[in-house]
Design a protein around this ligand. Sequence first.
Ligand code: DQA
Length: 145
Amino acid sequence: KKIWIINGPNLNFLGIREKGIYGNDDYESVCEYIKRQFNLKSPKEVEIEIFQSNYEGKIIDILQSAYFEKIDGIVINPGAFTHYSYAIFDGIKSIQIPTVEVHLSNIHKREDFRKISVTAPACIAQIYGKGKDGYVEAVKLLLEK
Ligand code: DQA
């Protein structure tokens, strides 16, 4: 199966941004960690590709590419776009690929504006507050589908 992981704005700044909230691991090591979990156990079962963009339109381009590439499942952390991007909500709805939303932090225990996700209703599940393991859990959930 082919799974794409799409990260939105500022996630490339992991290890630099708000370490008390997002931890000390940098973006590259988080990506390697996620891939390693699946390469060790099931090298043939899943192919994982990870994308990151700070641009809303680019994220929609990637979602549309996933449609043309016939990707089996998507894990998305839309960053702050989570809270207001109806364009990304529509983008996820458009492609009809099972999508799981992930947040490193517990968005339900932070500022009020983070409690609302406009993108989650387009997804089959939302995982939050589990750090990088949230991505691993999301991939597993998609593989069970
Ligand atoms: C985040 C939570 C968002 O509210 C925030 O804007 C981010 C990261 C998370 O992974 O916890 O950029 O999506």
